[in-house]
Design a protein. Structure first.
Length: 372
């Protein structure tokens, strides 16, 4: 790293002083720059004693700034906190983290929503130096109370949404700490928001069979939904699935893709039945579910199909993935294996599916019987 004092000619026989950095350094707004103008100028050809003294004073000032910048940069490279980072805009840093997740539709939307509430809480102004333990506690309470505060505005926030947004905030804080933009992690002693159990709708094997036997207004939608229930793939991965993504070895099929949500490369085994659902295989670059996309129109088709099958449950596209997890666990599949099949990072996420009313619980409930 080098810092040089440079001069640039301006009008009226004067030169402007600036610092030249190599390689570029990150500014307070998070962007990189090679130059930092000091808002000081020299006379290019000083004629009077005042002009010479003016030049001398400004050169001394510029040298002092240069030396301080060099120390700050070297300290940061050595892992010593740069005090100037306190002035950096945390909201812009958060916005940059949002943009990095733009390819992940659901995740990107959650990050933007978290940023919306953070902007509202801070009234659009938040520097790194503002992030204290008290700040984090107050933001957590703000999210938890948002369903009461925002009801009038029609922005009711559920408890689990508050938990999700606070987790995004925590993730941003952790990244800022790792980048040495914070002297210490203000969330170190702040407890997170516990997720509340929610009703996760799923289909029984009999209901899934009913859907297979029921016509749908859109064949690609029907096949994709059944395929999701048989493989556990997320809808974001199913949408753009190609025939080349389905491979076979030793008579067994598997899907080889990069998951859209996690960016992980997976070799996901699938059953022969799930492949049969797809019909005749096409060209390797051809989309399997051509014309399929997430839309209100297709959601309406899904609702009509489920009702036509005589199923009264409120089923969404994601519930077919829930069905996959629930049916596997009900059939006695190992939870650790199911967790891996679903691509969960934490087995606690998978354990949520084990809380639903399983067939084994139903059988147990009917073990005691009396003649009435």
């Amino acid at each position: 790293m080098s810092v040089h004092l440079r001069k640039k000619k301006i009008a009226n026989g004067k030169v402007s002083l600036y610092l030249d950095f190599y390689p570029p350094i990150r500014k307070g707004d998070g962007k990189f720059t090679r130059r930092e103008f000091l808002n000081r100028y020299l006379y290019e050809k000083p004629m009077t004693l005042d002009e010479k003294n003016h030049n001398k004073e400004n050169i001394l000032f510029a040298e002092g700034v240069k030396n301080r910048k060099e120390r700050e940069i070297l300290n940061e490279q050595d892992g010593i906190f740069n005090i100037q980072n306190k002035k950096r805009d945390f909201l812009e840093f958060f916005q940059d983290l949002c943009e990095k997740r733009k390819e992940s539709d659901g995740n990107y939307g959650n990050w933007l929503s978290a940023l919306h509430y953070l902007n509202s809480f801070t009234e659009g102004k938040c520097k790194m130096g503002d992030l204290t333990e008290d700040f984090c506690d107050r933001f957590k309470e703000y999210l938890l109370n948002a369903n009461r505060l925002n009801t009038v505005k029609g922005l009711r926030l559920s408890h689990n949404s508050a938990q999700s947004y606070f987790n995004k905030f925590r993730c941003a804080i952790n990244e800022a700490t790792e980048a040495r933009l914070l002297m210490e992690n203000p969330l170190r002693n702040v407890k997170g928001i516990k997720q509340k159990d929610t009703k996760r709708e799923f289909l029984t094997q009999e209901e899934l069979q009913l859907l297979v036997q029921t016509e749908c207004d859109m064949e690609a939608l029907k096949n994709a939904a059944i395929f999701s229930a048989l493989t556990g793939l997320r809808w974001s991965d199913i949408e753009n699935l190609t025939w080349g993504d389905i491979q076979q070895t030793n008579g067994n099929y598997f899907i080889h893709i990069i998951q859209k949500k996690t960016s992980d490369v997976i070799m996901h085994p699938i059953s022969n039945t799930s492949v049969e659902v797809l019909g005749q295989m096409g060209d390797s670059t051809e989309r399997i579910f051509e014309g399929l996309k997430y839309s209100d129109s297709n959601n309406d088709k899904l609702k009509r199909w489920v009702l036509k099958a005589g199923i009264k449950k409120k089923i969404t596209l994601h519930n077919f993935r829930h069905t996959y997890a629930t049916l596997l666990l009900n059939q006695g599949a190992d939870m650790f294996i199911v967790s891996k099949m679903l691509g969960h990072k934490d087995i606690k996420t998978t354990m949520i599916y084990a809380k639903v009313l399983s067939e084994t619980k139903v059988k147990a409930a009917n073990l005691i019987d009396i003649d009435l």
